[in-house]
Design a protein around this ligand. Structure first.
Ligand code: PAF
Length: 283
């Protein structure tokens, strides 16, 4: 498997792929790879000649330094997982912070048509400027035909689609379904850090989302939100940060339901000091 640590070598290699008319899929990650990533990569492999997987814990998208320091870094295991998928058709780009940012580890400032002010944007200051900065740079280096993002980070997916439109970046952004553990917990690199009692409690998040979806058929968004808030108030391990039912296009909280619009419920929960997010399509 080819593993690139610096962009100059990767850019030269991508040039040779492009001169041979090879199509390139791209799965950007922060490592600690799991089956959710594997499913994105497999989709990439089925639709492209080569799939580039970047592994880079991007410092500028963390609003919390402790979260950045504790974020799992498991490059050897990640490479092992990738080798088992395909040694030949996957290329790894695992840059240093210096390779991506040079001497200036800072975000650019973006406008994503207001999407950046909702949910994660409200609770994690500067997060989407950091994501926008790194993904735009990675797109410039990798120059993929298609890029794959999980719907677990649905807001991120919408923001990347907006980034590509606003900057005319020639890549097709593809959203992939949320990959869940058997007990329903959405796959996340952070799950590995959950202590066992919190890991056992965490499927409550998806269970609650599924009931909220049922309720949304007959009840108002406000009533469903009140019910979910009450469920977490009574839970002694999981702390609700937000539960929001939003229009999938604007990501604004729904006030009055309309049959013509599509909605999703979004949730962020603390399990001890680990922040977990999830979402579900409602109609
Ligand atoms: O979803 C992630 O893992 C990150 O936000 C991404 C897209 C790799 C950018 O750092």
């Amino acid at each position: 498997m080819r593993i690139f640590k610096n962009k100059t070598d990767l850019i030269a290699y991508v040039d040779t792929l492009k001169s041979k008319k090879k199509t390139i899929g791209f799965v950007p990650t922060m490592g600690a790879l799991h089956q959710g990533h594997a499913s994105l990569i497999n989709t990439g492999l089925s639709e492209n000649d080569i799939t580039v997987v970047s592994i880079f814990v991007n410092p500028t998208q963390f609003d919390n330094q402790e979260d950045l320091v504790k974020y799992p870094r498991t490059l050897d295991d990640d490479v092992e997982l990738l080798m088992a998928i395909s040694e030949e058709k996957i290329i790894v780009y695992a840059p240093t912070v210096e390779d991506i940012y040079g001497g200036n580890v800072a975000s650019a400032s973006f406008s994503f048509n207001g999407l950046e002010h909702e949910m994660e944007g409200r609770f994690r200051e500067g997060h989407f400027d950091g994501v926008g900065t790194v993904v735009k740079r990675l797109f410039e280096i990798v120059r993929p035909d298609k890029a794959y993002f999980g719907e677990k980070d649905f807001q991120q997916l919408m923001i990347i689609k907006t980034l590509v439109e606003n900057y005319d970046i020639p890549v097709k952004v593809i959203g992939c379904k949320i990959h869940r553990a058997k007990d329903g917990l959405a796959m996340s690199s952070r799950n590995a850090r959950l202590k066992s009692e919190y890991r056992e409690a965490a499927p409550f998040i998806y269970k609650t989302l599924k009931i909220a979806k049922e309720q949304f058929g007959t009840k108002s968004a406000i009533k469903v939100t009140e019910w979910v808030t009450q469920q977490f108030a009574e839970h002694n391990l999981l702390d609700l940060e937000y539960f929001i039912i939003a229009d999938i296009k604007t990501l604004k909280t729904v006030k009055r339901k309309s049959n013509k619009k599509s909605y999703r419920a979004f949730i962020a929960v603390y399990a001890d000091d680990i922040r977990l997010i999830d979402n579900i399509a409602l109609n």
